[in-house]
Design a binder for this molecule. Structure first.
Ligand code: ZN
Length: 307
């Protein structure tokens, strides 16, 4: 409380526009939104000083990142009133009624995620749907898609193909109309939020291959991944996958990332174990059980190689 009142501050230049765009997304399209800074991070300071606190908003305070998101206009106004420095808004993924997720197709550092995604779609026999699409500041695209209820879409970085990330459960997409570090996010001229397409079944299958629940579910062998770049980048992506966990999927993610890291001959197992352990502990996983999960992933990967 005192924190908010002591910050009595005039709204920033972009605040009113950001709030208006966020309210439109919430009221017209049932999207759950929350304020972002110009750096695209949640604008409200964390309600808990200890970042490993497992609270996802149950305490009732504002300041739980993507968990603050709401499609209720009065709540959206309350969020923006508490964040006068906001310059944009995030759209929470995985919420009713759309179960939205996003494909983040990057174009930078010589990597063309848009071309790579189209190639991947052809390889896996699905058509890239016409759907709500946002143009990012780097010339990349965010393709919005819906998932069936109950399907958890993971947050991934360059796992589907180089430059192709996913924003799923526990993640968010920067809303169109937001101001970012390099300019505005806009809808692609050919698309709008009224036409969010369902994800192709083949894409869903790729993204949810590991959701058998139990660790005994066989993990499919990695396809040839010549496009994925160096082992360091590959391990970076797996570490980010662990760091991007939601409130209940940390252990599954740790196991999943471990299976992939230990199955990759070019990644040194000791390095993989150290970095994945550090990421899991940073996100609140107790160290001893995290080590056990990593050992179990390593055994699983070894069994897979023997088959
Ligand atoms: Zn809380």
């Amino acid at each position: 409380m005192t924190q908010q009142s002591s910050r009595a501050q005039r709204p920033g230049l972009w605040w009113a526009a950001a709030r208006a765009h966020a309210l439109t997304a919430a009221t017209l399209y049932d999207l759950a939104v929350f304020p972002l800074t110009r750096s695209k991070i949640p604008a409200l300071p964390s309600a808990h000083l200890d970042d490993t606190d497992p609270c996802s908003g149950e305490c009732g305070a504002l300041g739980h990142g993507v968990h603050d998101a709401s499609s209720d206009p009065s709540q959206v106004r309350r969020l923006f009133a508490a964040a006068p420095w906001a310059a944009g808004y995030g759209i929470a993924c995985g919420c009713v009624p759309h179960y939205l997720f996003g494909l983040d197709l990057d174009r930078k550092n010589g990597i063309d995620g848009i071309a790579n995604f189209h190639r991947m779609a052809t390889d896996h026999g699905f058509a890239v749907p016409r759907t709500a699409t946002v143009v990012t500041q780097s010339g990349g695209l965010h393709l919005w898609l819906t998932a069936p209820a109950g399907v958890q879409i993971p947050n991934t970085a360059s796992l589907l193909a180089d430059g192709v990330d996913t924003r799923g459960s526990g993640g968010y997409l920067v809303g169109p109309g937001s101001l970012g570090p390099k300019g505005y996010y806009r809808y692609h001229p050919d698309s709008g939020p009224d036409a969010i397409a369902p994800a192709p079944a083949a894409l869903l299958a790729l993204l949810t291959a590991d959701q058998g629940g139990a660790h005994s579910t066989p993990v499919p062998r990695e396809p040839e991944r010549t496009a994925l770049g160096s082992p360091e980048r590959r391990l970076d992506a797996l570490v980010r996958f662990v760091l991007d966990c939601g409130p209940n999927d940390l252990n599954n993610r740790l196991y999943w990332a471990g299976r992939r890291a230990f199955a990759a001959p070019a990644i040194a197992p000791a390095t993989a174990a150290d970095r994945l352990l550090a990421a899991a502990v940073m996100r609140g996983h107790p160290e001893i059980p995290a080590r056990r999960t990593i050992v179990s992933a390593q055994r699983g990967a070894a069994r897979e190689v023997q088959r």
